[in-house]
Design a protein. Structure first.
Length: 170
């Protein structure tokens, strides 16, 4: 009789150990998810675009924007670093160039760069592209941004041809 009780106790202890191990694994997963959520930036385009064909820019000889409204993006939630991206319009892929108020050279001139260093939450960044910086592609119309959080985890936002955005982790 005592051997049956010992075997039953061993089985119960083993099951308890398995449950505790699974609980610890799940708790670790939840902690990692919470940490990622607390650092994860989200970058979304702001404003209204009527059609893809209306996204055009003109520049003068000094590379100042003379017509067209830059695309506007808002950094939500957390700091985003290493922001870069492209836009696809009617079978052509254009690299986006970024700038904002801190990159102003004068009242009507903003310096634009292919990659933006970092942005704090609730700030805006502007993007343009030039016609001479394009390549042919089979992709449908989209706006693609890639960026990182402060720990180097990579994310990207894709705005599809219907102007609907989704954010993903790489």
């Amino acid at each position: 009789m005592s051997t049956k009780i010992e075997i039953l106790n061993l089985i119960l202890l083993t099951l308890t150990l398995i449950v505790l191990f699974l609980y610890a694994v799940d708790t670790h997963r939840i902690a990692n998810q919470s940490q990622e959520d607390s650092l994860r930036p989200v970058v979304l385009r702001s404003g209204f675009i009527e059609t893809w064909q209306t996204i055009k820019f003109s520049f003068d000889d000094e590379r100042k924007l003379t017509s067209g409204k830059p695309l506007e993006f808002t950094v939500l939630k957390n700091i985003a670093t290493d922001i870069s991206g492209y836009i696809v319009i009617d079978g052509f892929k254009y690299k986006l160039h970024f700038g904002n108020d801190i990159s102003k050279n004068s009242e009507n001139s903003v310096y634009f760069s292919e990659k933006w260093g970092w942005m704090k939450p609730d700030t805006r960044i502007f993007a343009i592209f030039t016609e001479n910086d394009k390549e042919k592609t089979n992709n449908s119309n989209e706006i693609y941004l890639s960026y990182k959080d402060v720990e180097g985890n990579e994310y990207y936002t894709v705005e599809n041809s219907n102007f609907s955005s989704r954010v993903y982790k790489k």
